[in-house]
Design a protein around this ligand. Sequence first.
Ligand code: SF4
Ligand code: MSK
Length: 635
Amino acid sequence: AEEKKAKQYNFRDFSMCEATVQMLEKAAADGVETAFQRAAEMKPCPIGADSACCKHCFMGPCRLNPKDPYAKVGVCGATIDTIAARNFARMVASGCAAHTDHGMSMLDVFREVVNGRIADYKIKDEEKLRTVAESIGIETAGREVKEIALDLYHELERTYTQVEGEIPFVKRVPPKTVETWRKLGIVPRGSMREIMEIMHRTHIGVDQHYENIVKQCSRTALADGWGGSMVATEISDILFGTPKPLVGGVNMGFLKEDHVNVIVHGHEPNLFESMIDSVNDPALVEKAKEAGAAGINLVGMCCSGAEVLSRHGVPHVGNFMSTEVVIATGAVDAMAVDVQCIKQGLSTMAKCYGTKFFTTNPRAKIEGAEHIEFHEHTPRSCTDKVVQLAIERYKNRPGRVVIPQRRDMGIHGFSHEYISYMLGGTFRGSYVPLNENIINGRIRGLAGVVGCTNPRVRHDYVHVEVVKELIRNNVLVVQTGCSQIALAKAGLMKPDAAVLAGDGLAEVCETVGMPPVLGLGSCVDNSRILIACAEMVRTGGLGESIADLPVAGAAPEWMSEKAISIGHYFVASGLYTVFGVGFPAIKGTKFHKLLFEGLEELGCGKWGFAEDPIEMAHLMISHIDKKREALGIMG
Ligand code: SF4
Ligand code: MSK
């Protein structure tokens, strides 16, 4: 411990986020370490980083040599291609499981709301309910909301439980793209079946052909993007409202020293929606005032934070790599978490600063956290208790409060419906002007820059530099998750950020009054990018399948298995997707070649990799130009 204390870091090398740097300095002065220091001290295992090891059975674990990958095989004879493909497949399965379980929870809530068994939530967006129902062939004309909703529930349940056939949202995919999927045998049946089959096939001694394993990766990842994630997005919109652009604030300066501060961090919107009700409950506000506070201040983090920022404008205090350091402010009276991307280190951090730390979901308990279970039938019994305990902590704040005074305002909440409205002129209208602006070259193409932050690279930096380079080259950028928050902190979610864009994109932004970077919400909301792509194809002029579009994706600072699943559903859908940080495959192997070249030859998209943000942006731009050329719209 003494040695650790003595170690000096330049925290600016860790993060470009000023508030995060300031809090890293404070935490270090307080003798508290975070994931940044742990990452610096724990170098990644070089064999694991290249995905050259296997522990799928106990004859191993087996380690191959990443520098000479075909020199050895595992005890069972597994080659580097089998080992890397199986590891990759299990990441896809886990990522898909996370999103589909989230989506299924939303669907459970939806069913209970429709059947009148949950009183705290209701169908807020009937228009969206009808649109989603119609998109999968459910009759809506002259029918009651409840009838449509019940049909929609039963239909969407197939996304998970169906054992044969095609998941419902395949109906939204451009026919030419579906044709490719059918030819390749990768149309998802139901996510439970696909995940089960991947786990079976990656067991020792089952699927030992990397091409066949990758096929199942594609089918499973598509069950995430066009299945679990899409259900989560669409049901959340129906229950809590479809986002529309609004001005929202991001950064730690939204904590308030004289208020009881409550943070919700995680992924499912239900907990957050009920917490909004709790912090606005006059009785609880009164209690906070009795405790000497000016009021109760609710802020978000990570993806549920990005979702309520987009939907309601609730301020967001930081992305994944800021979740520990925000506690070092001493101002966080309670942090309530649900599922996904919740560092176990938060528990220690909360203990150091006397923050009340609550887990709420039966799937995710953490040693040292107090568990107050959240039930959608009685949600307030959890969220009111969290607020009450936060008020107690406010009364007895143990230490000094230091809040970085950074607040970054921007426009958030660009659902795909709103992008359509803004660029197309009618709410359920077409993407003609977007397509037109792409065809006439004002907009070169579209890029989805998404995903996590990761202490293996300088926090936020790669996101920001990639996006700046893209817009400078007239590429319109759409964003989700932690990446969206990085760019919001860098000020690119404001219409005047158009000055950083190339002339053509700047002209479109100025005409429409939009920023060159559009925030769509959380990581499940990457499904909005898929729908936007399908709409662009449907409108016409940009080819017949998603693979024809001048569109590319990137996750510059990815870290989670969910990111791999998202990346692979983009690729299987037809898009070029570039990852930063590192990639779990060895260049020169057959498996790597399949992901980076072969899938494109089969009619899908392909993977790309670059550590450097400018190189990453130019890989995407070259791909966009290649697609423009094929469409005959260069120049
Ligand atoms: Fe080794 Fe094969 Fe077992 Fe993997 S499955 S640990 S490669 S013996
Ligand atoms: S929270 S998956 S760190 S985007 Fe969705 Fe952020 Fe990545 Fe988690």
